[in-house]
Design a protein around this ligand. Structure first.
Ligand code: PSV
Ligand code: MN
Length: 424
């Protein structure tokens, strides 16, 4: 389902006056507003192919209806998001949930929607029908060479799919670990995992990156073999220059200082990718910015400062992706909210008066430092985000257009009420 440009223009003209007034006020307050708007225009956030359906929990699932039935329809849904916000210009695939049987065709479908292929994701956390060996006791960490080999071959297969689609990175998230003390040897699990990752790394094309994603717990609840940023950094450092750590916001123990983790990984040149979501308790996979928007802003402050310190391009030098699950919301509405929350945090971080902050830090002026950060955080930057969308041909108010056009009802009419998207 697509929304015509003239429809979007029609909605925009209804709210244009109000928008222009709000923007003019902001431009008067912020001398470098034009630069921020252009940076926002370049910033794209990949959408995972598994976030387009209702995720559910282990207790149940309440599908919204009209979920995409195949990869083409998933691409179509992301194309729709991108048309509305002009900031979701990439898709990230999980194999084997979304095997591109005809890569040339899938590439063409994505290109028609203005989408690129972001990181490819392997899956050795589930057993697939017909699979020779089970991952019940882990994949790359496994005591069995045959099982490790199967996981290595799967990852190499994922790289091949990615090459065919024009992707340039592989994200490896392993659920490997243990549920009970004594179940495994931490050292052997690490060594096996490192050996497997090295074999996968050796198959990466020159222009590819490997992202090693860590997670503190779940599905294993005693130990995780890539459990935190220290372990991920250890693997990435040993693997070589194409390997990086990937930070998923939901993968930390409660109250972890994620902004500090980000600052240090960037300082070491080892931060490669990002999975955005929000959480109250664990890996809750909630809408970005719905629970801890100030933390998200502080993380973006470190991202912006750390990338600037290394002369990195904000838009392209890290892999930006949403990794969330939608249990009670329409997945597409949730994703529109998440993308906007990311853009808001990014714009607020660009507002921080860095010179003044450094000066305050140098004289140990704690109060001034806090005021400088909060001055940026308390600025309503939404008109700049909307202006970036408007200039790119998107909607001033994406959610209003989505609802006004009754997109979900249209998808249900076309695809049916009971459709299940592949994924978790
Ligand atoms: C694991 O919780 C994770 O964050 C990884 O990125 C997976 O690829 C994704 O969620 C889907 O299971
Ligand atoms: Mn993730």
């Amino acid at each position: 389902m697509q929304i015509d440009q003239n429809k979007i223009d029609g909605y925009n003209s209804q709210s244009l006056r109000k928008h222009e007034r709000a923007l003019a006020f902001l431009q008067g307050e912020i001398p470098h507003a034009a630069e921020i708007i252009s940076q926002l225009g370049e910033f794209q956030i990949a959408i995972p192919s598994w976030a387009l359906g209702t995720g559910g929990t282990r207790f149940g699932r309440f599908p919204a209806g009209g979920e995409p039935r195949n990869l083409e329809e998933k691409i179509e849904d992301i194309g729709l998001l991108h048309r509305l916000n002009r900031a979701s210009g990439a898709i990230s695939l999980h194999i084997p949930w979304d095997i591109p049987e005809d890569p040339a065709h899938i590439r063409a479908v994505a290109a028609a929607h203005g989408l690129k292929f972001d990181a490819m994701n392997s899956n050795t956390f589930q057993d697939q029908p017909g699979q020779a060996h089970s991952y019940k006791f882990g994949s790359l960490q496994n005591v069995s060479r045959d099982i490790r080999q199967q996981a290595i071959e799967h990852n190499i297969e994922v790289i091949r799919h990615g090459i065919a689609l024009g992707s340039e990175s592989l994200t490896v998230w392993l659920s490997d670990g243990s549920c009970f003390p004594g179940q495994l040897s931490f050292r052997k699990a690490f060594e096996n995992t490192l050996e497997g990752l090295s074999e996968i790394y050796a198959e990466l094309p020159d222009n590819w990156k490997m992202f090693v994603e860590y997670k503190a717990f779940e599905p294993n609840f005693y130990s995780t073999t890539v459990g935190d940023w220290g372990q991920s950094l250890l693997y990435a450092s040993k693997l070589g220059p194409k390997a990086y750590t990937l930070v998923d916001l939901g993968h930390h123990l409660p109250n972890a200082n994620i902004e500090q983790i980000v600052a240090l990984l960037l300082m070491e040149g080892k931060l490669g990718g990002f999975h955005f979501n929000d959480s109250k308790y664990g890996d809750d996979d909630l809408t970005v910015g719905s629970i801890k928007p100030y933390q998200l802003f502080l993380i973006f402050c470190e991202l912006v400062d750390g990338m600037n310190a290394r002369g990195m391009k904000h838009a392209t030098d890290l892999g930006w992706m949403i990794d969330a699950s939608h249990n009670v919301k329409d997945p597409l509405e949730d994703l529109l909210q998440s993308v906007e929350a990311i853009q808001i945090a990014y714009a607020q971080a660009l507002l921080v008066d860095r010179k003044a902050l450094t000066a305050a830090q140098e004289r140990n002026d704690v109060v001034a430092a806090q005021e400088i950060l909060q001055q940026a955080y308390r600025t309503d930057v939404r008109p700049m985000v909307a202006e970036a969308r408007l200039r790119a041909g998107g909607a001033l108010e994406p959610l209003s257009v989505y609802r006004g056009e009754q997109v979900r009802a249209g998808l249900i009419r076309r695809r049916g009420l009971v459709t299940i998207a592949t994924g978790l």
